[in-house]
Design a binder for this molecule. Sequence first.
Ligand code: HEC
Length: 118
Amino acid sequence: MQKWIMSGLFFAACAFAVILMFTLPGKEQVAEQNNPTMPTVKADPAKAEATVKANCITCHGDQLQGGVGPNLQKEGSEHTAEQIYSIVTKGRGQMPSFNDKLAPEEIANIAMWLSEKK
Ligand code: HEC
């Protein structure tokens, strides 16, 4: 009788482990969240400017001269497009995350646009 209980518990534990294996985020998913990969998009400077005007200038200033957030006029000397993509996607400090406000392609486009400002 005891043996049945033990093996029952053993199988339940195994089943639980298998479920965990499939539901816990894999290493790659976690890496993706910490360091999102920038999609390749065709640069569209006019659209980038419009997106930045609509989303960023309240904090970074209408000439990107800075305000609540830092000056972005020479952002390309500070960060690469990939780094800017990551900062805008995830947010950092007082800077909000734009993960659910902008499409990855839109963020990639403004990241490329900003990275050219040197
Ligand atoms: C609510 C205010 C706010 C908004 C809106 C905002 N930012 Fe920021 N941003 C900040 C702050 C504050 C920082 C400094 C973060 C820190 O201290 O790490 C920052 C930092 C940054 C940086 C890093 C600058 C550096 O050289 O370290 C980039 C790039 C940036 N923002 C881009 C953007 C873009 C692009 C948008 C629009 C999609 C945007 N931000 C919208 C407040 C804002």
